[in-house]
Design a protein around this ligand. Structure first.
Ligand SMILES: Cc1cc2nc3c(=O)[nH]c(=O)nc-3n(C[C@H](O)[C@H](O)[C@H](O)COP(=O)(O)OP(=O)(O)OC[C@H]3O[C@@H](n4cnc5c(N)ncnc54)[C@H](O)[C@@H]3O)c2cc1C
Length: 442
């Protein structure tokens, strides 16, 4: 048995981790019907317990390599579910193609991207990963391998379905043509939350990618002050380089294996936030940034989650519709007043979502914050926010969650019943199980 956690490193549970190399090996595993069920795992970048299965089997998909292909004309890619976006980008970008959606880390797999229906800074323009998938192969509980397309109900129960409909073997999706591996970026400071909301609402349509970093430790008239970063793919003429499509990133630093608890606290983060806010330009336009600087600055430090010490961290990410903006303001005000030390708080806008029954994004706004686990009063505060988010018609993101209740899930995912119906038709005995599924009664 191996103890597994999510990226937050909270709530470890033991499981038998298996790495099938062929679909036959996977079929045998399924036929064995492990007593505590099984769940697929990618690179373990979901924050909570989605890719854990206490006392059961966890299927690590890394060795289940069915190869990959790119149609250079159309930008259509077929990749094994265990392929990381890092490996894909390393192959695709030099050929002039970019993944349709990337999250804040490139160390996620195609399977994890589909199962969580991940979103990026381009959701307001391009929706989430599932919107670009044209077909999936899925190994289901009865051992069969099904090819699914967006016309199938099971396709949309799988997109965002957190691995609970089966093991995704591969996905076919369309990529974005690019002339360079760089981005042309505008950066500007916003003096408070209302200012950043105004800037985003007024100008986001001019950018494919936008995100605002929020300083939660600023108070008074500066509550919610932000650094807004927005950009588009740089064109050939924007980049003075003999190799405009060059892309070969590597982590630069490694976190030491042992870090004292409490390193990231209100005081160290206040100092960091001050420096970060004031280091950013008031307004700067047309800055050329590399792909890693623009999308994945955290990937520069390997295992940065260890900086939170042995207690780990949790991420709270919620979405609210446009009419729920007041709830976003209330939550930011309450977090600032409470002095919650969050190293990374980001605000994004969401456009139309996909038909995924359990897909998280909805048109409106989303705020995500990392918080050291064990902050006094945190659980009560977040439970209060759960109620506010539910009352505003919003929801929490399953891939980030480690603490919401089954009641909150029921109240906030209106298509849960429909999803359950599809899931029980394809897996009547509940072979696919995870800690998240048990916690939320999925
Ligand atoms: C620093 C950081 C930044 C992030 N930023 C974002 C962001 O901007 N946007 C966003 O949407 N997410 C973001 N995430 C979350 C991340 O994108 C998702 O949790 C993603 O699902 C992780 O992929 P993974 O391969 O690590 O999957 P895991 O974490 O291992 O698993 C996640 C889920 O996918 C399922 N799964 C994995 N592989 C398969 C498979 N082959 N078949 C069936 N199910 C499978 C698992 O069962 C589990 O339910 C971020 C995470 C980190 C750590």
């Amino acid at each position: 048995m191996t103890f597994l956690t999510g990226w937050g490193r909270t709530a470890p549970t033991p499981a038998q981790v298996v790495r099938p190399r062929t679909t036959e090996e996977l079929a045998k595993l399924l036929a064995d019907r492990p007593r505590r069920g099984l769940i697929a795992r990618g690179l373990g970048r979901s924050y909570g317990d989605a890719a854990q299965n206490a006392g059961g089997v966890v299927v690590d998909c890394a060795d289940l390599d069915l190869g990959w292909s790119l149609d250079q004309e159309s930008g259509t890619v077929t990749a094994s579910a265990g392929t990381s976006l890092h490996d894909l980008m390393s192959a695709l970008v030099p050929r002039g193609w970019f993944v349709p959606v990337t999250p804040g880390t490139r160390y996620v797999t195609v399977g994890g991207a589909v199962a969580a229906d991940i979103h990026g800074k381009n959701h307001h323009v391009d929706s989430s990963f599932g919107a670009h998938v044209t077909s999936l192969t899925l190994a289901t509980a009865d051992g069969s391998i099904r090819v699914l397309t967006p016309g199938d109900r099971l396709f949309w129960a799988t997109v965002g379905g957190m691995g609970l409909t089966g093991v995704i073997l591969s996905a076919t999706f369309t990529c974005v043509p690019v002339e360079t591996s760089r981005f042309k970026v505008d950066v500007e400071q916003a003096r408070n939350l209302d200012h950043v909301i105004e800037l985003m609402a007024e100008g986001d349509h001019r950018y494919r990618y936008t995100v605002a970093w929020i300083d939660l430790l600023a108070t008074g008239a500066h509550t919610g002050r932000a650094v807004l970063t927005r950009g588009n793919h740089a064109l050939r003429e924007d980049v003075r380089s003999a190799a405009p499509l060059a892309y070969a990133p590597r982590p630069l630093l490694t976190t030491p294996p042992w870090v004292p608890n409490g390193l990231l606290n209100r005081w160290t983060l206040r100092a960091f936030n001050e420096a970060w806010y004031h280091k950013s330009p008031r307004v700067r336009r047309g800055v050329i940034q590399s792909l890693t600087t623009f999308f994945h600055p955290l990937d520069g430090v390997r295992d940065w989650n260890r900086l939170y010490g042995s207690r780990g961290l949790l991420q709270y990410q919620f979405a609210v519709p446009d009419e729920g903006l007041e709830t976003l303001r209330r939550i930011v005000a309450r977090l600032s007043a409470h002095g919650v030390a969050s190293f990374l708080t980001v605000l994004k806008r969401f456009g139309p979502g996909t038909p995924g029954h359990l897909s998280f994004p909805m048109p409106g706004w989303t705020l995500a914050l990392d918080i050291p686990a064990g902050v006094p009063g945190l659980d009560r505060l977040l439970t209060l926010f759960d109620e506010w988010v539910a009352a505003a018609g919003g929801r929490l993101y399953l891939a980030k969650d480690s603490r919401m209740s089954a009641e909150t899930l029921r109240a906030t995912y209106p298509r849960l019943g429909e999803w359950r119906e599809i899931r029980s038709s394809v897996d009547p005995d509940g072979v696919f199980r995870s800690d998240l599924a048990r916690r939320l009664g999925l």
